[in-house]
Design a binder for this molecule. Sequence first.
Ligand code: ZN
Ligand code: MN
Length: 138
Amino acid sequence: MKPKGFVRKTKQREVILDVLRNTTCHPTADWVYQEVRKQMPHVSLGTIYRNLKTLSEHGEIQELCFGSTHSRFDANAHQHYHFVCEKCDIIEDIHMSAMDELEQKAEQMGDFKIRGHRLEFYGLCAQCAKEENMAKAN
Ligand code: ZN
Ligand code: MN
């Protein structure tokens, strides 16, 4: 969705990308920071934030915004949908094809050119659903 362009490779960015590509948990900047620190002990949280911003601006990664400081990051920059657990905030990919027809429909609703869309599904993950059922049973 965001314009792609050349992003200069730095050691920090390499490590950040590596950390992101090796997880499926859609981590927060803070989580990325803790992981990167294991390899680069002197890195700052501010540096992590800045680099994540740059990487997502260049379409290298995806930023999922959930309010100011609650962004989650995804090494998969291609369009795909997510499931968000309302209880534990786990985020998982949903493997379904993109609904491009939604964009055409939205475009017909007004005078704008749609270039992309984001969609999140909310509910309870299997674990939280199980716990809720157990709590009800007691
Ligand atoms: Zn959950
Ligand atoms: Mn994802």
